[in-house]
Write a new protein. Structure first.
Length: 262
């Protein structure tokens, strides 16, 4: 006997075209409403309404910009989304559950540059994580005003078992003229000043609080955990794009790419 059950809420949320496009865009990186208006060609009031639906379901969270307090970046909670999608798949049939995301496959020699202001914590930690879990991707990091690797960032990486060998602060000018497949800005100020790089890099933004501002080891551990989740999902996306040859053809990816117009 088949028991009557309502469809999972995630299906209702993602079944609406506008919400689906918002989630796809935020899966690429953190965005402001203005970015989404331009990329999706939708009015701000409509996007704000549907963003409210996603926030009420705790799939999207808001973070005030460090560069301009009048701006907010919206972030997709990929871990929560994954849990809900997996639960919905399980409600239909266990065979719909695939392997764990983030298992590096065909990404190969993709080149990724992480940028922040001082290149002392977030971008260095992201570089170390991608080196460990990127399946051969080339990971680099730099800053607009580089200082040095923060001791607490080094401790957080070492506590989690990651190598800090070769990590050092660098100015982004060291990479001038080099081609990258992805440039990921990690603080809001650098996002507004992202320099151009050769090779038509796809630009992504991760609006992540600076653990240096809080200063204690717990803040760096939290940042490392957030970065680990983002890196795992980033690798999964790059692997999928590599397999399906969609890296430069996806409209949302293309429209959200350039940050200089931000």
């Amino acid at each position: 006997m088949i028991m009557r059950q309502p469809p999972p809420t995630i299906f209702k949320l993602l079944g609406h075209d506008v919400r689906w496009q918002i989630v796809r865009a935020l899966a690429r990186g953190d965005c402001r409403v203005g970015d989404l208006c331009s990329a999706l060609a939708q009015p701000a009031n409509l996007l704000s309404y549907h963003m409210g639906q996603l926030r009420a379901a705790a799939l999207v969270r808001e973070r005030r910009s460090d560069a301009d307090g009048r701006d907010s970046y919206y972030q997709l909670d990929l871990l929560r989304l994954r849990e809900q999608v997996r639960a919905a798949g399980l409600a239909l049939h266990p065979a719909l559950l695939g392997g764990a995301p983030g298992a590096a496959g065909s990404a190969g020699q993709r080149r990724v540059l992480f940028l922040c202001t001082q290149n002392s914590a977030r971008s260095q930690m992201a570089e170390a994580l991608l080196r460990a879990h990127g399946g051969g991707m080339v990971a680099c990091s730099a800053g607009s005003q580089p200082s040095e690797l923060h001791p607490a960032a080094q401790r957080a990486l070492e506590r989690a078992g990651f190598s800090v060998a070769g990590l050092r602060a660098k100015h982004h000018s060291e990479f001038a003229g080099q081609a990258f497949d992805y440039v990921v800005t990690m603080c809001d100020r650098v996002r507004e000043q992202c320099p151009p790089f050769a090779g038509g890099a796809a630009h992504l933004h991760w609006s992540i609080a600076d653990p240096v501002a809080q200063g204690d080891d717990q803040a760096f551990d939290r940042t490392l955990r957030e970065l680990a989740a983002r890196i795992a999902n980033f690798v999964a996306v790059v692997d999928w794009e590599e397999e399906h040859e969609t890296t430069r053809t996806d409209p949302v990816h293309r429209e959200l790419g350039p940050l200089a117009d931000g």
